[in-house]
Design a protein around this ligand. Structure first.
Ligand SMILES: [Mg+2]
Length: 209
């Protein structure tokens, strides 16, 4: 049983479908926040700013702060800052300028790339344990959960390689048997919806105290 230190959450299909929150998701986010476990909403968009996405989620009823939204654009910014570069352009020009300045293809920084998850984890003020200590203490794990409705785009690739705790929700684009399509040796859990995952995470936290 590992102690959960942080939670990454896919947006579309996981906490809302179209312009409606998934039933129970608003309250579940409140419970997660009350627990004090840091979280980030993770989305690959470079089209919308975090502000726009935060406003959208607020319209659906979610109590969410701008800094709790982590987009491909946030990832780009964080990379730029880490490299000591500075750019101040609007979203469209920003990504192009980024590609020019750093040689990074903007579309590369998104789920399920390792770098995207690493940056999102950093953004929560957390870090992953060193690979050597992971091997020594496999029961400890990373303590970082990723929740999504897409086995490949949310839970595949970097999520699996980094050893994140991968939880699939049966909402959004989920289809029967999707859990069997995991190419990385099995998901850590499959849940009816976001609310059920949050309850599970919080019960784990109780037990590991
Ligand atoms: Mg999704």
């Amino acid at each position: 049983m590992q102690r959960i230190r942080g939670v990454l959450i896919d947006v579309s299909g996981t906490v809302h479908v179209g312009d409606k929150a998934i039933p129970g998701a608003v309250q579940a986010l409140d419970r997660l926040r009350a627990s004090g476990i840091p979280f980030r909403f993770c989305t690959n968009t470079t089209q919308y700013s975090g502000d726009t996405l935060a406003n959208k989620l607020r319209k659906f009823g979610f109590d969410v702060k701008r800094e709790e939204i982590f987009t491909s654009l946030s990832a780009c910014r964080q990379l730029i800052q880490a490299r000591g570069l500075s750019l101040s352009l609007g979203p469209g020009g920003f990504v192009e300028a980024l590609e020019f300045a750093s040689g990074i293809k903007a579309h590369v920084v998104g789920k399920p790339q390792k770098a995207f998850f690493e940056l999102a984890i950093q953004n929560m003020g957390l870090s992953l344990p060193a690979p050597t200590s992971m091997q020594a203490t496999t029961t400890t794990g990373t303590g970082i959960v990723m929740i999504g409705d897409d086995v490949e785009q949310d839970l595949g690739g970097g999520a699996a390689e980094l050893g994140l705790v991968r939880y699939l929700v049966q909402t959004g684009k989920y289809r029967a048997q999707d859990e069997n399509r995991d190419a990385f040796g099995g998901l850590d859990g499959v849940f009816a919806d976001f609310s059920a995952v949050v309850d599970h995470v919080l019960s784990q936290r109780q037990e590991s105290k």
